[in-house]
Design a protein around this ligand. Structure first.
Ligand SMILES: C[S@@+](CC[C@H](N)C(=O)[O-])C[C@H]1O[C@@H](n2cnc3c(N)ncnc32)[C@H](O)[C@@H]1O
Length: 179
């Protein structure tokens, strides 16, 4: 199945993220993005959407996951790095990106660390995109704070003066602008 067909199939298949896939493609096209960094791939649902969007702009995707690469077709414009996304051995390999997408453990401390580390890898005019803003208690996250991703974003916004919008559907998608 080619990339466009697989993207269409994933959009139609209910999942914890499928409703946001067209937003990923629209953001890539809006920015004419040439590089996206994706943190957290799992089986490659969001990976496929980013790749599909970037196929329209001639851009490339760099994905990071602590686990092995998702079992999807390889693409010339896709680089997969296995490791902890806050490990300097990983971050030293990353070029600045138009969009940094964060979808990893969803714990408060991890999200804070990712926001403050990866803000420096967002190009001027770029975006950070975070999934699961509307998850009150993500699996394996401490009971407090509730809504750890949203809490981390709100504190980051208060500290930096950036702006964010929140799409509440499908577990929530936060989009931070002002870089
Ligand atoms: C919710 S899943 C990602 C879902 C994926 N974006 C999708 O569309 O299907 C979270 C992923 O983050 C990865 N992960 C968790 N902590 C991580 C870390 N510190 N560094 C890199 N990846 C991490 C997990 O291995 C898992 O694959």
């Amino acid at each position: 199945m080619n990339l466009a067909d697989e993207y269409g199939r994933l959009c139609r298949t209910p999942s914890d993220i499928n409703e946001h896939l067209p937003t990923f493609v629209a953001l890539v096209q809006r920015l004419n993005a040439k590089h996206v960094i994706e943190l957290g791939t799992r089986s490659g649902v969001s990976t496929t959407a980013w790749l599909h969007g970037l196929s329209k702009t001639g851009g490339r995707l760099t994905s990071v996951d602590i686990d092995e690469a998702p079992d999807i077709a390889t693409h010339d414009d896709w680089t997969f790095l296995q490791g902890d996304d806050c490990d300097p051995d990983i971050t030293v390999q990353l070029d600045p990106a138009d969009i940094v997408f964060i979808d990893t453990s969803h714990t408060y401390l991890q999200t804070v660390a990712e926001l403050y580390l990866y803000r420096w890898l967002v190009k001027p005019g770029g975006l950070m995109v975070l999934h699961d803003t509307e998850l009150a208690h993500p699996q394996d996250a401490p009971i407090r704070p509730a809504y750890p991703v949203k809490t981390a974003i709100e504190e980051f916004i208060a500290d930096t003066g950036y702006e964010w919008t929140n799409h509440r559907n499908n577990n929530g998608l936060g989009i931070i602008e002002g870089f």
